[in-house]
Design a protein. Structure first.
Length: 231
């Protein structure tokens, strides 16, 4: 029986190209690809935490402050990061001829794609309610008591406060979970395509959106397991 030689691979200069450079000898050191594979096997990736529909509904039930309700609606329904909330200015908002035509220019960070978007109706309703109190003078849309843009620290405090009132586990009580909840529920509840979710969240790379498909798959498997012995 003829034993075929074991191919030896290495990573090309482009970073994502694999080249066969011949036979792997017994004394040859592990290639970069083999080393990377070993590290990937040892490293267990933790999927992001998100709120299930019941938790999301419980969260909004306990938020009665008009400013905070508008903040959390925009963060959830448009997948905004905590720092992106503080960047919103009055000049970014355009009132439409009807509620479903209100627009907001979103400033996306970390290489994401921002721009003007039509605001989801429930977020637009909450934002209009807040602006009736705030007024339309120039400056940050969401201010703190010192009339400066609300800080990242304060938003994290509010998230922990409202999650505690709603009985949401501590591991989900961080502001970025609202963005993860947006992406996950758009796929699992609204049945949007992965490309539409990518555009809604402003992801430049669709691989960042695909993680929400993994979360949806996990939820489906967990539900199937729970219902396995249902009679």
């Amino acid at each position: 029986m003829t034993i075929l030689p074991t191919a030896h691979y290495t990573v090309g200069p482009e970073g994502n190209c694999i080249k066969n450079i011949g036979e792997k000898g017994p004394g040859r050191a592990r290639t970069a690809q083999n080393a990377d594979s070993g590290r990937l096997k040892r490293r267990k990736r933790t999927l992001p935490k998100y709120l299930i529909p019941g938790e999301k509904d419980a969260l909004f039930r306990v938020i009665d402050n008009p400013r905070d309700r508008a903040i959390f609606r925009l963060a959830f329904q448009h997948g905004l990061r905590v720092s992106e909330i503080g960047m919103l200015q009055m000049k970014d908002w355009r009132r439409g001829t009807s509620l479903d035509m209100d627009r907001l220019f979103l400033h996306r960070l970390k290489g994401s794609i921002g721009g003007e978007t039509i605001i989801v109706n429930s977020a637009a309703t909450a934002l209009r309610a807040w602006l009736r109190i705030r007024g339309t003078s120039p400056g940050p849309i969401f201010t703190s008591r010192n009339h400066r843009a609300i800080s990242r620290q304060r938003l994290d405090e509010l998230m922990k406060h409202y999650c505690k009132l709603a009985g949401i586990p501590d591991e989900k009580a961080h502001f970025h979970s609202l963005k993860h909840t947006c992406g996950t529920l758009l796929l699992s509840e609204q049945h949007e395509s992965i490309v539409d979710v990518q555009k809604h969240l402003g992801h430049a790379d669709i691989r960042n959106t695909m993680i929400y498909a993994q979360l949806t798959d996990e939820a489906n498997l967990a539900r199937a397991e729970r219902l396995r012995d249902w009679r």
